[in-house]
Design a protein around this ligand. Sequence first.
Ligand code: FMN
Length: 178
Amino acid sequence: MNVLVLLGSLRAGSTNRALADAAVAHLPEGCTASVFDRGAELPHYSEDLDLEGQLPEVAAELRAAVAAADGLIVVTPEYNGTLSSVVKNTIDWASRPYGVASITGTPAVVMAASGSPRAAEWARQDAVRTLKIAGADVVEDTFGLGSSFEAFAEGRLVDEEADASLRALVGRLAPVHA
Ligand SMILES: Cc1cc2nc3c(=O)[nH]c(=O)nc-3n(C[C@H](O)[C@H](O)[C@H](O)COP(=O)(O)O)c2cc1C
């Protein structure tokens, strides 16, 4: 199974990146995973740029990566009560061309880390709705990590119960391979 991670934080010390790494570590043996690291290079989506044969190279790379993925792990901070615009723009690019988009039918799970104890609930809700409308086969349940600056030690989630919930969600992306 080949998993693609869409990451919404561009920050060097991102707790969402730490969460993405912890999630990838829970993938069953034999799975491959990579982070799409060019979200900041994607232009804001415009149908004027989305032209056959003239697609921005980074958008073509994204669509190929999504097409090659058997599953998506979408990890986003909450900014002003919704998902990161980086990840939203990435989903918008992956959701076109209409009818033949690479994201159509791709299994996806959503997770989010926030410094607040509310665990980015709105960002997760909005990411699920966006992914669903974009055509992904998204799992309704999500994983939210609150107080994220205190949540990791040596790259692992300190709270074992939270780590078990994360493992369970990742397992829903790769049930056949678990
Ligand atoms: C512009 C901005 C808006 C934010 N809005 C929210 C918010 O609505 N809810 C929330 O829980 N945290 C909010 N935060 C705090 C983020 O949760 C926090 O910066 C988080 O660590 C970002 O994720 P990262 O560690 O992966 O970079 C906001 C931060 C910024 C910079």
